[in-house]
Design a protein around this ligand. Structure first.
Ligand code: KG4
Ligand code: ZN
Length: 398
């Protein structure tokens, strides 16, 4: 084994990312080429455009990651790449390039599940903070992965040098980030919606609109559909405790109904004309009010309060029932200010610990993929040359 340098490559959705991480605990570089400007006019990711942009960006991004790390291809010990879940065409760009590089260099290729990557974004931060002081925290943890594509609860356990995962909860429909993006779109805000709603919610009254979440009823929800759906592979919903199931499609419809009932549609359409071209959400109350009337800010604040409240309630219900003393919250939505504050204060009140990734590692990146690849590298768990994209790759199931 050399110096433990792993090049991570991530292309599962709309970021082309590459990073060099040493021994799963020191980030030497993390380069991310965002496609936000490409997809923003559509208010969502367009898969064909994503593949095209990955093809364009993959070589310069890998080159940039190596240059910033001061590492040459010859010094790498392995290449870790996201093999799923994600967009098939997008995943293939990263996988094909990673395979070619690994083959040319004669080094192992490691397949990483994107969700496992998000969990390792938190573990990487913890290891970086502890460096040299003590052993990394290797206790089991309850992990909430909350992003644009996923809202999944896992118990992550260290097992023989690597990690094992058990799925304990998940959304039965939309992911929390998807609800943020859809609500932002219908309010005529920028894309992706999370950072906009995060910024604007601070200026609204979160008690103004009483949104509520009913407990998801598994049986009614499934109605015999599960074995036939594509999601079934990643979703043994019927076997999960209904108290740990999420559902975010209802609140999106409730916001839509509220907008229509209160005559806010024209205002949203007007806003959409310019807000979607803006890449930076308002930062001050004056800027927020220049974009949205107070009633809209109140709606935004109420939406966020409800979503974060539901994530909080179910995560801590699982924590209590499963008895985990440690919670990890990760994925794009984990960048949210209100979410971090409320999870931190609830955890403190219950005497459990909660950790998040750094802001940069909350959204998609390749440092988390390289970090997740390290224990697999040590265990000799390498991918075959036939490795291909698995858009519905599951984690912690069965
Ligand atoms: O992890 P990620 O980059 O990609 C997926 O794996 O999906 O997450 C992107 C999602 C988007 O839905 C985006 O709106 C949301 O994360 N997001 C946020 C924030 N920043 C990004 N949601 C709430 N608050 C934020 N500050
Ligand atoms: Zn992600």
């Amino acid at each position: 084994m050399g110096s433990g340098l792993i090049l991570g490559i991530e292309t599962s959705c709309d970021e082309t990312a590459a990073a060099v991480v040493e021994r799963g605990m020191r980030t030497l570089s993390s380069a991310v080429a965002s496609q936000i400007p490409t997809h923003a006019p559509y208010g969502g990711v367009v898969p064909e455009l994503a593949s095209r942009e990955h093809l364009r960006a993959i070589v310069p991004v890998v080159r940039e990651a190596l240059a910033r790390a001061g590492v040459t291809l010859n010094e790498l010990d392995a290449i870790a790449v996201t093999s799923g879940p994600g967009l098939a065409g997008a995943l293939l760009v990263g996988i094909t390039y990673a395979k070619a590089l690994a083959f040319a260099q004669g080094i192992p290729l490691i397949a990483v599940n994107h969700l496992e990557g998000h969990i390792h974004a938190v573990l990487l931060r913890e290891r970086e903070e502890r460096q040299g002081e003590s052993e990394p925290e290797n206790a089991p943890a309850l992990a909430l992965v909350v992003s644009g594509g996923h809202t999944h609860l896992y118990v992550a356990r260290p097992a023989h040098g690597t990690w094992s995962y058990q799925l304990v909860g998940r959304t039965v429909d939309d992911a929390a980030g998807e609800a943020y993006d859809k609500v932002a779109k219908l309010l005529g805000l920028g894309y992706p919606g999370g950072p906009w709603i995060d910024a604007l919610a601070r200026f609204g009254n979160s008690q103004a609109v009483p949104f509520s979440f009913a407990q998801v009823k598994t049986k009614a929800h499934l109605a015999g559909k599960i074995p036939r759906t594509k999601a079934a592979k990643t979703a043994p919903i019927a076997e999960l405790n209904p108290r740990f199931l999420f559902s975010f499609s209802g609140i999106k419809t409730a916001v839509l109904r509220y907008v229509e009932l209160h005559g806010m549609r024209a205002e949203a359409e007007e806003r959409a004309k310019h807000a979607r071209r803006e890449l930076r959400p308002p930062q001050t109350r004056a800027e927020a009010l220049a974009l949205c009337p107070q009633a809209t800010l109140d709606l935004i604040a109420s939406f966020q309060r409800a979503v974060v409240g539901d994530l909080l309630k179910k995560t801590f219900a699982a924590q209590e029932e499963l008895g985990e003393a440690r919670i990890l919250v990760t994925g794009g939505v984990a960048a949210n200010r209100e979410l971090r504050e409320r999870f931190a204060s609830e955890a403190a009140a219950r005497g459990v610990s909660v950790s998040f990734p750094t802001a940069a590692l909350s959204t998609d990146n390749a440092a988390m993929i390289a970090a997740a690849g390290w224990p697999r590298f040590c265990a000799g768990e390498f991918a075959a040359q036939e490795l291909t994209a698995d858009p519905s790759l599951a984690l912690g199931v069965g």
